[in-house]
Design a protein around this ligand. Structure first.
Ligand SMILES: Nc1ncnc2c1ncn2[C@@H]1O[C@H](COP(=O)(O)OP(=O)(O)OP(=O)(O)O)[C@@H](O)[C@H]1O
Length: 397
């Protein structure tokens, strides 16, 4: 076991046995994975190659037949490790009569997240996955893609350090897929480790740093995606504003030097074209009853570019960062019994509340541009203000 790896398996083997104890299926066979912190790692393979079994063993949902596995240097059965993991199963088993908001509240409560922090997280998670406008609708009425989105929000409610995502983009439309891919990259940029399984190879190619391909429970190929896909022995020149004549000359120079030359125009990806078309419809305010995301990552998950001063202080003071509370876990105070913040912090917070109010004024105009998410938001009191006021001991709240 090494602390430097977020996920590690050592000769991990899982055999499913029959009634007589004879090996029926060798689902995972001598698997040695070393996934570094901060890495996005793709576990690939055809149906039945052992991906889900590996994940189940990692999460201690199955006992290995042989070998060991570690997450964050420990056993995922330990509470201190388990609460630092976020898991999106292939099929999310969510209670269909609960609304999106209630579902996230339920899972947040399981992690013991203080209610004010949880409310703030729920709001930003719903916005992030594009479900703010349907926050109070029962999940049973959601489309497959919308259920996937709520499943992902649930996996992130505890701000985990390690995210295990089984088919994170399945059922999502191209916009949702792009958003989830961006989110995964941003989370990795924030220091989180992501292990994902997917059959959608284009998505894997877009987000994963490294991949391994399983077949028959064994690793057949592993490496950095860019290295694996590089066509050695070939070079590509992308030229813009070049005359046909100059192109012919360039080709003849290459051919004279003994090389072969092929001229073609680079193509846009269908994903880019689709997104452009839908964004145009959104800008033209074409009505939709489906998911709508502003594309903003939850501030508690910490998008660096969008992290303003307020978010930083909030992160430090109130995020109740469950993932990093190993030491404080036993002594975590309830919000009511939370000790008074140092005077200095109160001052900073007081400034930030003012700052936030003036910012609100400035952004008011922009907010007039209504989206379903914004409409819903408008009806609610901003949770961030509540938290700030609460921290400052504002009795009016
Ligand atoms: N509970 C079980 N009992 C017996 N065999 C099982 C069990 N679970 C999985 N297997 C077998 O183990 C092998 C690996 O299955 P696994 O679900 O890990 O594959 P996978 O790579 O996740 O496939 P998919 O891409 O279809 O999700 C398969 O042959 C499967 O039939």
């Amino acid at each position: 076991m090494s602390e430097q790896y977020a996920i590690e398996t050592i000769s991990l083997t899982k055999a499913f046995k029959d009634w007589w104890g004879r090996t029926k299926v060798l689902a995972v066979d001598d698997l040695n994975l070393k996934i570094k912190r901060n890495e996005v790692y793709g576990l690939l393979g055809p149906n039945g190659s052992g991906k889900s079994t590996t994940i189940k063993v990692l999460l201690s949902l199955l006992h290995p037949t042989k070998g060991k596995s570690f997450i964050l240097g420990g056993d995922s059965r330990e509470k201190r490790i388990a609460e630092r993991i976020g898991f999106l199963p292939e099929e999310s088993y969510l209670y269909k009569y609960l609304s999106a908001k209630e579902t996230l509240k339920f899972y947040g409560n399981l992690f013991g997240i203080p209610s004010k922090v949880l409310n703030m997280r729920i709001e930003s998670l719903l916005d992030m996955v594009g479900l703010s406008a349907v926050a109070n609708r029962p999940i049973g009425t959601f489309s497959k893609g919308m259920q996937r989105r709520i499943g992902l929000a649930q996996a992130l409610v505890n701000d985990p350090d390690v995210l295990i995502l089984d088919e994170p983009t399945s059922g999502l439309d191209p916009i949702g897929t792009r958003q989830i891919k961006d989110l995964i990259k941003k989370l990795a940029g924030r220091g989180k480790t992501v292990l994902m399984c997917s059959h959608l190879l284009a998505d894997v190619e877009d987000v994963c740093d490294r991949i391994c391909v399983l077949y028959g429970g064994r690793v057949q190929c592993e490496g950095i995606v860019k290295d694996l896909l590089r066509q050695t022995g070939k070079k590509q020149i992308i030229a813009e504003n070049i005359q046909e004549e100059a192109l012919e000359q360039a080709c003849s120079v290459i051919q004279q030097a003994g090389g072969s030359c092929e001229v073609s125009s680079p193509q846009f990806r269908l994903e880019d074209l689709f997104i452009e078309v839908v964004e145009k419809a959104q800008n033209e305010k074409v009505a939709t009853g489906g998911a709508y995301s502003t594309g903003k990552i939850g501030s508690f998950l910490g998008e660096k570019q969008q992290e303003d001063k307020t978010d930083k202080v909030l992160d430090e003071l109130v995020s109740a960062d469950v993932a990093k509370q190993e030491e404080t876990e036993k002594t975590r105070p309830e919000p009511e019994t939370r000790q008074a913040e140092p005077e200095e912090n109160k001052q900073v917070l007081s400034e930030l509340v003012k700052e936030d109010e003036s910012k609100e004024e400035k952004t008011k105009q922009a907010d007039d541009e209504l989206t379903p998410a914004k409409e819903e938001k408008k009806k609610q009191k901003p949770v961030k203000d509540d938290v700030l006021k609460d921290l400052m001991g504002d009795d009016d709240a």
